[in-house]
Every structure is written in C-alpha cells, then in structure tokens.
Design a binder for this molecule. Sequence first.
Ligand code: TEU
Ligand code: CA
Length: 537
Amino acid sequence: MKRTWWKEAVVYQVYWRSFLDTNGDGYGDLEGVRRKLPYIKELGADVVWLNPFYVSPDKDNGYDIADYYRVMDKAGTMEDFERLLEEAHAIGLKVILDLVVNHTSDQHPWFLEAKASVNSPKRDYYIWHDLINNKVPNNWRSYFAPSCWEYEEKSKQYYYHSFAVEQPDLNWENEDLRNEIYTMMRFWLDKGIDGFRMDVINLLAKRKDLSDVENPYDLGYLANNPGIHEYLQEMNEQVLRHYDCMTVGEIPFVTPAEGALYVDEARHELDTLFHFQIADEMPTWDMLRFKEIQREWYEGLKGRGWNSQFLNNHDHTRQVTRYGNDKEHRLASAKMLATLTHTLPGMPYIYQGEEIGMTGVVFDSIDDYQDIAMKNRYSEEVAKGRNPQEVLSSLQPLSRDNSRTPMQWNDSTESGFTDGVPWMRVNPNYVELNVEMDLRRGDSVFRYYQELIHLRKTNGALVYGDFKDLLPEHPFVHAFERRLDEDRFVIVLNHSDEDVVLPLSLDFQDMILQNVSNGTDTLRPYEARIYKTKNAS
Ligand code: TEU
Ligand code: CA
C-alpha cells in the first residue's frame, strides 16, 4: 500500500480538561497543552488529537457543541488555540481535532430555532417524528438515555438523539445542513489543522425502518445505516481531498468487512478507523478472542485500508487496569500492552497518562463521578428499585471517569495538575505514580515508550510489514511476526500473571527490546520481547 506520513505516525490523545490547568479554574486548558508540547514531542509522538474544545454547555464534556466556531471559556481563547497550533507545527507535531457532527447541543442556535417553530428552515436540520399510535415511535434506546426519542411539547413531536437528551441528532439528509458542516470543516482546515478524529461518524445515516428491535440494549441499529457511505464520499469530495490531512473515524458496531468500506483507499471516504470489537466484547482480557479480532481485521483491511490500535481512551477504562495488572505488575504490564499496540498493524494511539502507566479509579460515592453515561444509567437503575450500592459497584469498572482523572505530573498538591480545585478528583495514587517519578526510575514506562516509538520509526517492517499470528491457540502467550523485504520481527508477549516457558525457538542474540530483565527461556509475568532477524527465504 502507498506510504503516507500518517501511516507512520504515533498519535497522542490529549483530553485537555484533565491535562494541565494554567489559570487555576480547575480545568485543564489549551495553554496547558501548549506548555506541554515539548513533553509530547520528547515521548516521540507525531500527532496530537485534542478532544472537543468548542463552546458547549458541557453536559457531555464538550461533545455537545453549541458553537462550532468558537473556543469554550474553560479551554481558553481562539488565540490560545492558534498559538498552540503554531508552536506544535514549529516543533514538528501535527494537530487533529475532534469533529462532532452526528449531533449538536440542544443549546445550539440551530436547535433553538428548530424548536421555536416548525416552519423554521432549521427545523429540518434535526430529526422529528409524530407519535405513533399515540406513543413514542419505538423501543430504541440511546447511548445515554432509556429512549432515543424526546418529546417536544410545543410541536407535539419527538426529536431523535443517539446520545443524551441534550444532544439532538442532526439530519444529514438535509443538504443545507451538510454544506454548513463542510464550511465549518474548511474553516478549521484553513487554520492549518492536520485532520480530524470523527466522532461516531458511522451514525450519521439513520435507520428508516422504525419497527421495534428485539434487544434495544444492543445499539447496533443506531449505526451503519444505508446512506452513510454517500455522505462520507461527499464529505471527502467537498472537503477532505483538498487538504493534506488525516482522518480517523470513530466507528462502533462494525465487522472488518463493514469497516473496510469506510477506509478502503479506492472508495475515498476515511483514512483510518477505530473499531470497538475489543472495547465492546472484552470487558476483561480474553486472549483467544483478541487474537482472532486482530487476525480478522488484518485480513479484512489487507491491501485496502488502514487500521488503528488502541486499548483505552477518554471513554474506556485505562488499559493497565482493564487489561493488565495495575498492582504488582503495573510497570511490566503497562509496557507489555504498549509493545502490543505499537507493533500490531495500524496506527498506535497513546491516551494521556498511559505513557506512565496511569490506572483507573474507584470513588466511593456516585457524587465523585461526572460521567453522564454513568450517572444517567445509575439513576435509571436505582429508579427501578435496585440497590444503589450494587448499581454503583457494577458501573465502576467501566465508568468513563476511569480515564478522565487529571494527569499526574508530580507529587505536589493535586498532582501538579492545578493550583485550584480540580473539576474531577485526582486519583489518590498520584503520590507515588506521576510523571516526575516515572522519569526518575531506571525502569521508567515513559522511557520504554520512547524506545518503542523509536524502533517503529526506524523500522518500516513494524509499520508496513505483513502480519502473522504465530501462536493462534496459546491461551497466555501472544506471538506474531511482522515482515518486510528481508526484515523479520517477532514479538512475544506473556499476557498473564504466571511464568510461561517460551513456546517458540528464538535466538536470544536477536532480542532487541525487552520490558523486564530476564535472560532465561521462561517468560516472566507480562514479559514482552521483540526479536529482529533476517528472513530465511
Ligand atoms: O463516543 C461514542 C461512544 O460512546 C462509542 O463509540 C463507544 O466508545 C463505543 O461504542 C464502544 O463502546 C463518542 C465520544 O468519544 C464520547 O466521549 C461522547 O460522549 C460520544 O461520542 C457522544 O458524542
Ligand atoms: Ca484552566
């Protein structure tokens, strides 16, 4: 496949509100991101992805946008953004922004107008429906509410929302709306940004058949509906192909065959995607399923399109807690998981704090949580009469707040994140887990990430090489190779708390990177090794 800058890039995701607060209001801000650009650069990342910072009532942390053209006060000003962009470019970092165009805030002027009058031209920017048989149109749920339909008194119609009630979905069938979105995308691209991460982009087209679904909790019906590829092809033709930018679509509920349709280079839609087969199907580690997912995606996209690799983000519990061991094997498992995402086929994504092995949290009270997904679900379940403590415990492991606690820079008050009161509690373990301390240790996670990134950058096989699973049936050890021309890499990972005898014959002399020090043929818990050999053939 053709070589491009973004295929070779490593992306660092900045959840700015939890990154660094520079004015003491308790929220991280764009100025904080700017000050830490050298840190991101030192790690070796090439691209910074910023979560939404546009004007928003912040019901869903910026994913409910009220003005696409302005910066929200918490984040700072447009000047702050421009300065951040300029300085990023000056040190060779690219910047991609979150594009949230499946829905807006219910405070967006379009929605306010749409609501005010059925005759407003903006009415059709959203999706409205009459009652059916005097009732809500159907049994569909939304991500953050028991129904995707919200009744609007004045017009006696329901509007459709895939997420919270405060996030009405846009009607992509409306051509004026589509053109407004394209204009807005050009506005940011013309400022010089390097691309977009596209929020739930495969939800834009809606299902036409409104009949009830069998299992409303399985939200697949919200996504991948007919018409979606036409919208994306139009967006590409109208906007994307005129810029040297990258796009990564957030695409839940897809198999590799469906995913390929979004990123097949011949189809001119998106460059790459996030699929959620791992996040959705593996609440905890499942080795055989994981291997299968990787093989299927590799085969499905091979020669056609490009994948991404990530095990956590601002919506998903920190990887060392969810898929590693954040207790006695925190360092080893954090590095082992990094080895995985940086050597599998696809662009690696690092979520802020992952590079020092930050962990998830357990807060004792629902009041310490902020996540709208979790809070709404909590209220819904408690209202059914369930025991509140039990509901809380069931929601804690996968709460989105696990990843949203402030960045742990040092062991001073509030982890060096803010001089004020942080918008969300800092994980109490910051006293011994923070950037400063990690950098001081000989076995630093950060330094290991640096080595991995450097290795990938200097070895095309780790980017463009063929992939082969060497131990598809092994329950604990993941071993695969990447091959390009005469180079062959073998990656061996012990994904377990136990010692395991190395199940392959490999020459110790060929080992070029290892996450623990061990010269024997027995892999230690969470041990990761990379071997480099020449192809025999
Ligand atoms: O997330 C959408 C979302 O919830 C899914 O993609 C989910 O991660 C996936 O189905 C796996 O379970 C995006 C944003 O990342 C999130 O923060 C927003 O709340 C949401 O869209 C609405 O904009
Ligand atoms: Ca601030």
